[in-house]
Design a protein around this ligand. Structure first.
Ligand SMILES: Nc1nc2c(ncn2[C@@H]2O[C@H](COP(=O)(O)OP(=O)(O)OP(=O)(O)O)[C@@H](O)[C@H]2O)c(=O)[nH]1
Ligand SMILES: [Mg+2]
Ligand SMILES: [Zn+2]
Length: 343
């Protein structure tokens, strides 16, 4: 592709918002639009380039992810390689549930982060809370997107539950069948801005991309009829340009599970207002049920805190206590086994 053709197509998308420098003049710079094993597609002013993600660097501290701004270099025998990943403005990342310190970056340099859930299945509060942690923790503007609005007769119960969790985070309901809500998503994008989508398989992320682009660009998979379980159709993280300078959207494969790290952070990131209130309770170990001097119950009484939100908060705190207790027991058992074997 020639430079002017790319510019006409990608336009503002190739302006690095961190520096406001157009990449056009710099053929050695670009943005990662797709990552496969060992290779990536990088959009540069000269078009889409397939580059090696040189294994040494890819396994190092910063492996390139979709959305990254990178500098390219020629490497002998390899052709174009990613020489450097520029500092990320924002990043959606999760922790490996087995190795909780291992961070996995799912998308970078996004401006809005959407936690996507389908209205075709029951909303699981614990799942939404964890997913919302990813969106809030990314540093981008978080938003909750409820898809398949056309597939439900009355979304009001689901919406009430979601609102109780969302707090100040905006909630958008969409349908790619009748187009409702797509303009609300477009409002989060705009020239040079990127909307990132995360959620479980079958939530409708790739369908949203197609809906925003107005073409069947990405593959979409049926969900199982019995329980709306997805089939993990999307396997690569992909950054897609929306025509007419309307911004970009970053699709990701369905997330299988989110663990303890996300749940722990949900206490502060999702229920921060309750943590703050609880600090004013008379007793430090207040359970916020019937204790005298409970600031949380006072807020419920005066109508500033919803009973549903309080119930969800107490459920999360209870679940965390369970998880921690079980983790400690496992450790104790392991230590005991160790001493037995050492004898
Ligand atoms: N009725 C209706 N169905 C939808 C809507 N959006 C998505 N679907 C359907 O939901 C199913 C899953 O959609 P996908 O877009 O493949 O879901 P995904 O989140 O990309 O799934 P993975 O790639 O597996 O993570 C498909 O059968 C879609 O046709 C919608 O707005 N309305
Ligand atoms: Mg998909
Ligand atoms: Zn209390």
């Amino acid at each position: 592709m020639k430079s002017d053709v790319v510019l006409a197509e990608w336009g503002a998308a190739l302006v690095d918002p961190a520096t406001w420098r157009t990449v056009v003049a710099e053929a050695d710079r670009g943005r990662v639009v797709r990552v496969d094993r060992g290779e990536c597609d990088v959009m540069t002013s000269r078009g889409r380039r397939r580059v090696f993600s040189d294994s040494q660097r890819a396994q190092g501290e910063i492996a390139p992810v979709t959305g990254d701004w990178v500098e390219l270099a020629e490497a002998e025998g390899l052709g174009l390689v990613i020489d450097r990943v520029l500092p990320r403005r924002t990043a959606v990342s999760r922790r490996d549930p087995a190795e909780r310190d291992l961070e996995q970056v799912l998308a970078s340099n996004i401006d809005a982060a959407a936690a996507v859930l389908g209205l075709d299945r029951p909303i699981q509060p614990g799942w939404l809370e964890r997913l919302l942690v990813l969106a809030i923790d990314s540093g981008a503007e978080p938003v909750i997107v409820l898809t398949k609005l056309d597939a439900v007769r009355d979304p009001s119960d689901a919406l009430e539950l979601v609102d109780a969790i969302a707090g100040p985070t905006p909630v958008v309901m969409t349908s790619v069948v009748d187009g409702r809500g797509l303009d609300d998503l477009r409002a989060l994008m705009g020239a040079g801005r990127t909307l990132g989508l995360v959620g479980e398989s079958g939530a409708g992320k790739s369908s949203l991309v197609n809906g925003l682009v107005g073409a069947e660009l990405l593959e979409v998979g049926e969900v199982r009829a019995s329980d709306a379980e997805g089939r993990h159709t999307t396997t690569a993280r992909e950054l897609v340009l929306v025509p007419n300078d309307a911004g970009m959207v970053l699709d990701t494969p369905g997330i299988r599970s989110l663990g303890l790290w996300e749940a722990e952070h949900a206490v502060d990131l999702v229920f921060g207002d309750l943590v703050e209130l609880a600090a004013a309770c008379r007793f430090r170990d207040c359970a916020h049920r019937k204790e005298p001097g409970c600031a949380v119950q006072a807020a419920v009484g005066s109508g500033t805190m919803s009973t549903t939100r309080l119930r969800l908060f107490l459920e999360l705190v209870g679940e965390l206590e369970d998880l921690r207790r079980r983790g400690e027991e496992r450790q104790r058992r392991r230590r005991k086994d160790g001493t037995r074997r050492a004898r």
